[in-house]
Design a protein around this ligand. Structure first.
Ligand SMILES: O=C(O)C(=O)C[C@]1(C(=O)O)C=C[C@@H](O)C=C1
Length: 249
């Protein structure tokens, strides 16, 4: 609800600076509270990081499933007109939380519209992440496979790098898709399979066309020499015989 006080122009001129100062004081108080809360949250993220130190298995610290739950939780309490702002803010907050556990490096390969992929990666991982453009998709995959960070790679960009997720890059999982309805790029990393987000499963399969009846319930993203990258809502297990290479929210 917005309260509007009706005043004469003279009165308004007199009281306006005071009101403005009072409002700004309220903002200052809130800012101080928010900084204190942010720092408390960072300390907790620090402790979570140490708790996660024990059984790693070469995985990066990023937990897409937890980030998805954190975002769902904050968005539940957000007014519809603030949802985008709240999501962007929390991506930053969580990105800084993750950075307390070690800086996240992101390699971006996107030969077409690289700025768009870069912006999407920045929005997803926040300013705390180190983002670099990569000219070669295999170098980006190798970087992620070594557990040094994660990679964001364009799809339908003339290079079937995703086929390697069933072969030499099997240690990597897809954990994020970027794009409005259909993803135009995917994020991959050494993500604990138990920490993949809830959502569509990503498949790399031989034979069949994801767009036809043989791939019932599948949505094709790219094809190359009889291999298909697609999404399915079927609950297939990552690393299993169905060719599941990860999941996206
Ligand atoms: O819950 C965790 O595992 C955390 O590390 C904390 C946190 C967060 O700030 O909320 C940070 C990074 C993870 O990717 C997920 C969540």
């Amino acid at each position: 609800m917005t309260l509007t006080l009706v005043k004469s122009p003279d009165e308004a001129a007199e009281t306006e600076p005071l009101t403005l100062a009072a409002l700004r004081h309220e903002i200052d108080l809130l800012d101080s509270e928010m900084v204190a809360l942010f720092q408390k949250r960072l300390e907790l993220a620090d402790r979570v990081g140490r708790a996660k130190d024990a059984p790693t298995g070469g995985y990066v610290k990023l937990r897409p499933d937890r980030e998805q739950a954190v975002l769902a939780h904050v968005l539940q309490g957000a007014r519809p007109d603030t949802r985008d702002a709240v999501e962007a803010l929390w991506r930053e907050v969580v990105g800084h939380g993750l950075a307390r556990q070690g800086q996240l490096s992101v390699r971006v390969w996107a030969p077409v519209e690289p700025a768009r992929a870069f912006d999407a990666a920045r929005l997803r991982f926040g300013r705390a992440a180190e983002l670099k453009t990569e000219r070669d998709p295999q170098a980006a995959l190798a970087f992620a496979a070594e557990g040094k960070g994660v990679a964001v790679l364009a799809i339908n960009a003339g290079d079937p790098w995703w086929m390697g997720l069933r072969r030499e890059w099997a240690a990597l999982s897809v954990f994020e898709g970027f794009g409005r309805d259909i993803p135009t790029s995917l994020a991959v990393g050494r993500i604990d399979p138990g920490a993949l987000p809830r959502g569509d499963r990503v498949l790399v399969t031989a034979g069949g066309d994801a767009g036809d009846g043989s791939g019932a319930g599948r949505r094709g993203l790219d094809t190359h020499h009889g291999w298909t990258l697609s999404l399915t809502s079927a609950p297939v297990v990552p690393g299993g015989p169905e060719g599941c290479v990860g999941a996206i929210a």
